[in-house]
Design a protein around this ligand. Structure first.
Ligand SMILES: [Zn+2]
Length: 108
């Protein structure tokens, strides 16, 4: 696993437990899809955005992500969630104490 010289706790948490998505006003989508409905979600922790277009049958037609600077890793350097948990445990000094970090399911 590659180690980044600058650790960003928010980015680390989002990679480890998922983004804390919050729906944004429809006006923030910025354009009108020629079909269906545009939905924009923003992560309350790291600021990433998810742009979805849902068709009239309710199926996902398009999904794009916009990540904050410094969030993305190149493919071969990308750590696994297990790697991230190990680093998190060390950073939080939880090793061998029987403590557990806050549980997260990607929502806040
Ligand atoms: Zn996030």
């Amino acid at each position: 696993m590659a180690v980044r010289t600058k650790w960003n706790e928010d980015h680390h948490l989002c990679r480890m437990i998922g983004h804390a998505w919050l729906p944004q006003p429809q006006s923030k989508f910025g354009w009108t899809p020629p079909w269906g409905i545009g939905i924009i979600l923003e992560c309350d922790r790291c600021g990433a955005e998810r742009h979805d277009v849902i068709d009239q049958a309710g199926e996902l037609s398009v999904r794009n992500y916009v990540y904050p600077d410094g969030y993305e890793w190149s493919g071969e350097d990308r750590p696994t969630r297990a790697d991230l948990r190990v680093v998190w445990s060390k950073k939080k000094r939880l090793k061998n104490r029987g403590e557990r970090p806050d549980a997260g399911d990607g929502t806040k």
